[in-house]
Design a protein around this ligand. Structure first.
Ligand SMILES: C[S@@+](CC[C@H](N)C(=O)[O-])C[C@H]1O[C@@H](n2cnc3c(N)ncnc32)[C@H](O)[C@@H]1O
Length: 173
């Protein structure tokens, strides 16, 4: 049976990430692992951790990406973002962290989560938050910018088009 096409938000986000292909990547709220599948197909050299609090989502992501897991390129983790700690980065800090349509950052002021994510990133690493609504319209960036308003991150937003994009850089120590 053929798989449904990759949603536009995920294609756009994958392009925006502009990966070189050798990064350590942390995906937040990976859902069924569609972005992981796309990015690992494009960039076989990535080392990728896909996290979601939903056991069903993680199981689906693992099944979809079983080959990448077997090859040691992908790990999946069932965990709330609020509980991520240094143990999730045994191979060293992440170069790229991203989330697509993870409401936490847009509907709450998730500064505690943002700071714990910054602690998992190397200086200069990028954190991306993407949001596209069901009708195609994005969300105003202000709430996500408030979530990323922590001392270790410098954030900016792009509200053009249907996808709202907030990106932050981990400041040098
Ligand atoms: C709307 S879905 C988006 C899934 C995927 N990123 C996509 O764009 O298709 C949001 C996902 O984030 C997960 N999620 C939401 N809040 C979370 C949290 N606090 N910790 C971990 N996962 C969370 C949900 O379980 C869900 O799988």
């Amino acid at each position: 049976m053929s798989r449904p096409r990759v949603p536009e938000r995920i294609l756009r986000a994958a392009d925006e990430l502009d990966l070189a292909g050798d990064e350590r990547v942390l995906e937040l709220g990976c859902g069924r692992g569609v972005a992981a599948e796309l990015l690992l197909a494009r960039h076989p050299g990535l080392r990728y951790l896909a996290v979601d609090r939903s056991a069903a989502a993680v199981a689906a992501a693992a099944a979809r990406n079983a080959a990448a897991i077997a090859q040691g390129r992908l790990r999946t983790l069932c965990c709330p973002l609020e509980e991520l700690g240094p143990d999730v980065a045994p191979e060293g800090p992440f170069d790229v962290v991203f989330a697509i349509n993870v409401h936490l950052f847009w509907t709450t002021t998730a500064t505690a989560v943002a700071q714990s994510l910054a602690d998992l990133m190397r200086p200069g690493a990028r954190l991306w938050l993407f949001f596209e609504g069901p009708s195609g319209a994005g969300r105003a960036a202000a709430p996500a910018l408030r979530s990323l308003d922590v001392p270790d991150l410098s954030a900016e937003a792009d509200e053009d088009g249907p996808l709202t994009i907030v990106r932050a850089t981990k400041r040098a120590a």
